[in-house]
Design a protein around this ligand. Sequence first.
Ligand code: IPM
Ligand code: MG
Length: 358
Amino acid sequence: MKILVLPGDGIGKEVTAQSVKVLNTIGKHLAVELTEAPIGGAGVEAAGDPLPTATLELARKADAILFGAAGVPGDENLPYDQRPGASLLRLRKDLGLFANFRPVFLFPELIGASTLKPEVIEGLDLIILRELTGDLYFGEPRGFRTLPGGEQQGFNTMVYSESEVERIAHVAFRAARERRKKVCSVDKANVLEVMQLWRKVMTHVGAEYPDVELTHMFVDAAGMMLMRAPRQFDVMVTGNVFGDILSDCAAMLTGSIGMLPSASLAGDRKGLYEPVHGSAPDIAGKNIANPLASILSLAMMLRYSFNRADLADKIHRAVSTVMSEGYRTPDIFQPGMKKIGTAEMGDAVVEALNRLPS
Ligand code: IPM
Ligand code: MG
């Protein structure tokens, strides 16, 4: 198993280091080959390019990628190709990682850490399936133009073709079959043509899965329902932009965005695994970031790319143990708990793993 580790920038470096510790513990008996490469701001420092050619080559060859975060302050003012934060987007596109799984589940021990009432989130277990290589993020034309009269205008194109919607639809229905057999497709078909097509294709593909219930919801209502009654959702499938926004909202149901892992798959076993959070420059280098989203992303890697659900479950059990023992990083801290840092949380998970019966 060739694993490429891309720590990137900011807290990406700190949290990824914890996952590597966990991998070295749990992967002791696995034939893993770990390689590390720079990306984002680190790529600019090392090779003058946020996505250095050597890094891209390694990424193409890897079976799985463990990604931290990319992005530096002031990022958005640079051209796309020089922007550290855009390196991840380029990587997703180049590797064809169109299916982004963002599972949202609650560790029962964290029920009090959410801003939502316990009765609303108890037993929460849903997946946001975000299409990751289309939509406004990649649509052409895009850019800036000068209007007659001299005013500047910025523009992007929201676009989906039938085949793009079809392939993510199949992933959604197949995922639902393994779960509670419900797909909710989120769109904005009341306003946007691109979303009318989205809904039409979803409905069409849905007919091939009569055992799965398909519903449709407008994105604004879906945002509200995530806050009001999130347990109604099983698999929520949506486009790139809506998925970006809804997954941050959904993160808060679980207490902290520091808890949310993700997997970006290309339709085969190859995948990129990363926390949903970004590089968070404001808290970088302080050993206070929560490494659990990254550690749980590693668990997703073992489950999806290496077919080792047993090891993924083990990581979950270790995280549960650490939670029930009261260890918390600041983002999920509550009075009465033991506040610890990033590295200590990594160590605590490793220790809990070593204590688990094999
Ligand atoms: C995410 C992030 C990225 C995105 C950024 C860092 C480009 O917010 O993975 O949700 O917008 O896709
Ligand atoms: Mg996001």
